[in-house]
Design a protein around this ligand. Structure first.
Ligand SMILES: Cc1cc2nc3c(=O)[nH]c(=O)nc-3n(C[C@H](O)[C@H](O)[C@H](O)COP(=O)(O)OP(=O)(O)OC[C@H]3O[C@@H](n4cnc5c(N)ncnc54)[C@H](O)[C@@H]3O)c2cc1C
Length: 515
C-alpha cells in the first residue's frame, strides 16, 4: 500500500486566501519519479479526480492520480459544499435547452450523486459531518416572485419533491415565499476528501502530488508526461483539472470562468437553522452553516456571492465588504468575519457540465463546466466516466456529452464569444501609468513595452519579476487580481502566480519570463 505523509501546513495551491476547510490537513504523497503503467491515469486530485479514482480502484482497476499541487488544493478546497439537486441554473432553462426528459435526467443524476456520496461516507466510514438538510430558494428584493412559480412548475415536471412555503426558517429576517427542497445535503469537504484518499490507497490506487502534467497523447494506449519528464502509459486518461488543460479550443468556447467570493463568521450554535439557502439575485447569495472547528458552542455561517467574470471586474477589493454588508444586515449575530476566500467556477452556456470523452479523442475523458454545482457534477463524473471507461451503459451519457451542440443556447454562445473577443482589446490599449519603482511588495502591474505588454510583479523580498502579459493558451492579456495576488486571463480563466507560474488551466505553460 502507498505511503501517506501527514501534512503540517494548510493545503493551498491557488492563491493568497485560505478557506475554512483548509484547517484540516490532508495527506501528502511523493511526486512521480519513474515511468509507470496503469489501467487509468487521472490528472487532478479534486472532487472529480478522486471520485473517479475511488470508483475505479474499488472495482479493481489499477489507477494512478497525478496532481500538480496538493490534494484538493484548487477549487474543491474553496467550495462551500452545498450538495444539492436544486441547481444554480433554473430548471425552466434546462427544460428549454434539453426538453422535459433532459431536465428530469439532470435532476435524477444530481440526486443520485447525493446518494452516492452518502453511500461512500457510510461504506468507508468517513467522519465528515455529512447530513441531509433542507434547501430553500427565495427571491431577492429586486427580483420578481414569478420566478419561483415558474421554477416550481418546471421542477414538478421532473418528478422531484419540491414545495412552496411561506418563508425560510430564519428568525433574523423574512425571506418571503420560498421553494423548499427536502433531503439535500452538506459535509466538510476536506474531511470527505481525506476519507476518499485513504479509501483509494486501501483499494490499491496510487496518488502522486507535486507532479505537474504538461503533455497528453491519445490512442489505444495513452501517454501522460509530467513536466519533470516522467511518463504514465494507460488504456484511458481522465483530465480532472477543473477546466481541461488538454483541450485547447472547443470546450472553452462553451463555458466562461467566473470568480466567486466567500466569507465565514463564527456564530452561536443554532442561531441560524441548518439548511442550504440561495436567493435569486444576479449574482446570487448562497448560505449554510458548518460545525465550528474548535468550539462546540459555535458554528460557522458561510456566505458566498458577488460573482463576476474572471479578470473582468476591477473592484475586487470591495467584494468581501459588499458580501459582509449583505450578511450583517440579515444575520445580526455575526460579530467577526474570520475567513475570506475566493475561487473560480466555470459556467457552461447551456447550464450543465461537460462530462465524457474529450471531443475528437478516443480514450481521453474530461469533466468541466460545473457552475456552482461541482460537488454533485464532480460526483456524477465519478459515476459516469468509470462507466464509459469500463464499457457499461449509462443513461446520463447523452445529456453530459462534451461535444453536444445545444442549439437553444446559441444566443448565449454568441454573447460569450463576443465577450471574449472584446477582451482582446487589451492588445492595443496602453499600459498602466504607474512606474515599477512605485510598486508595493506583492503588487503587480501591466506595462507596455513596444508592441508587447509585460506583467510586472514585486515579491515580498522586493524582487521584481517581469513576464509576458499574453496568456500562453490563446493570447489573452492577463490582469492583476489583488485579492489572490495572481495574474488572471479574462478570456478563458487561466491563472498564474505573481512570478508567472501557471496555477489554473486551460493554460498548461507558465507566462514566458522576460529578461
Ligand atoms: C467559492 C466556491 C463555492 C462553491 N460552492 C459550491 C457548492 O456549494 N456546491 C457545489 O456543488 N459546488 C460548489 N462550487 C464548485 C465546486 O467546488 C467545483 O466545481 C469543484 O470543486 C471542482 O472540482 P474539480 O475536481 O473539477 O477541480 P479542482 O478541485 O480545481 O481540482 C483540479 C485539480 O487539478 C490539478 N491540476 C490542474 N492542472 C494540473 C496539471 N497541469 N497537472 C496536474 N494536476 C493539475 C489541480 O492542482 C487541482 O488539484 C464552488 C466553487 C467555488 C470556487
Amino acid at each position: 500500500m502507498q505511503e501517506l505523509i501527514e501534512q503540517n501546513s494548510m493545503g493551498n495551491n491557488q492563491g493568497q486566501t485560505q478557506s475554512v476547510w483548509m484547517e484540516v490537513r490532508l495527506p501528502l504523497f511523493s511526486s512521480l519519479n519513474s515511468n509507470i503503467n496503469a489501467d487509468v491515469c487521472i490528472v487532478g486530485a479534486g472532487i472529480v479526480g478522486l471520485t473517479c479514482a475511488y470508483t475505479l480502484a474499488k472495482q479493481g482497476k489499477n489507477i494512478v492520480v497525478l496532481d500538480q499541487g496538493l490534494i484538493g488544493g484548487e477549487q474543491t478546497m474553496r467550495t462551500t459544499a452545498h450538495i444539492t439537486w436544486a441547481l444554480d441554473d433554473r430548471y425552466y432553462d434546462l427544460e428549454s435547452f434539453f426538453g422535459e426528459e433532459g431536465s428530469r435526467t439532470a435532476a435524477e443524476s444530481h440526486a443520485a450523486a447525493i446518494d452516492y456520496i452518502e453511500k461512500i461516507v457510510r461504506e468507508e466510514k468517513i467522519d465528515c459531518d455529512f447530513e441531509r438538510v433542507n434547501g430553500y430558494l427565495f427571491t431577492a428584493p429586486e427580483c420578481s416572485k414569478a420566478v419561483l412559480e415558474k421554477e416550481y412548475i418546471a421542477i414538478k415536471k421532473t418528478g422531484m419533491e419540491v414545495s412552496q412555503v411561506k418563508n425560510a426558517p430564519f428568525s433574523s429576517f423574512d425571506t418571503g415565499p420560498c421553494l423548499h427542497f427536502p433531503k439535500q445535503a452538506q459535509f466538510h469537504i476536506a474531511k470527505y476528501l481525506d476519507g476518499l484518499v485513504r479509501a483509494i490507497v486501501k483499494y490499491g490506487g496510487k496518488i502522486f502530488t507535486n507532479s505537474q502534467v504538461n503533455h497528453f497523447v491519445d490512442g489505444d494506449t495513452c501517454l501522460v508526461r509530467t513536466q519533470a519528464g516522467q511518463e504514465v502509459t494507460s488504456r484511458s486518461v481522465i483530465v480532472a483539472t477543473s477546466t481541461p488543460i488538454n483541450n485547447r479550443f472547443i470546450i472553452h468556447t462553451k463555458q466562461a470562468a467566473f470568480r466567486t467570493y466567500v466569507i465565514a463568521a463564527p456564530i452561536p450554535k443554532g442561531s441560524v437553522p441548518k439548511g442550504l439557502y440561495w436567493d435569486t439575485a444576479d449574482p446570487y447569495h448562497y448560505i449554510r452553516t458548518q460545525n465550528h472547528t474548535s468550539d462546540s458552542s459555535l458554528e460557522w455561517l458561510i456566505i458566498g456571492g458577488e460573482d463576476h467574470k474572471t479578470g473582468q471586474d476591477d473592484k475586487i477589493a470591495a467584494k468581501y465588504d459588499d458580501l459582509e454588508k449583505w450578511a450583517r444586515k440579515r444575520f445580526p449575530m455575526i460579530t467577526s468575519i474570520d475567513y475570506r476566500w475566493s475561487g473560480q467556477v466555470f459556467e457552461p452556456i447551456d447550464s450543465l457540465a461537460f462530462i465524457g470523452r474529450n471531443p475528437r479523442d478516443k480514450n481521453i475523458y474530461i469533466a468541466t463546466g460545473d457552475s456552482g454545482n461541482g460537488i454533485t457534477h464532480g460526483t456524477i463524473a465519478g459515476i459516469l466516466l468509470p462507466d464509459l471507461i469500463l464499457g457499461k451503459a449509462n443513461s446520463w451519457q447523452a445529456l453530459y456529452e462534451p461535444s453536444r451542440k445545444t442549439w437553444a443556447a446559441a444566443p448565449q454562445f454568441l454573447k460569450e464569444s463576443f465577450n471574449i473577443a472584446v477582451q482582446y482589446r487589451d492588445w492595443f490599449t496602453p499600459g498602466e501609468r504607474k512606474k515599477i519603482e512605485s510598486l508595493a511588495a506583492t503588487e503587480g502591474i501591466i506595462l507596455r513595452k513596444g508592441l508587447n505588454k509585460v506583467a510586472v510583479y514585486k515579491d515580498n523580498q522586493n524582487n521584481v519579476h517581469v513576464q509576458s502579459a499574453f496568456c500562453p493558451h490563446l493570447g489573452g492579456c492577463v490582469r492583476w487580481n489583488p485579492g489572490e495576488k495572481s495574474w488572471d486571463c479574462p478570456c478563458h480563466g487561466s491563472r498564474f502566480d505573481g512570478c508567472g507560474k501557471v496555477i489554473n488551466g486551460p493554460a498548461i505553460d507558465n507566462l514566458p519570463t522576460i529578461k
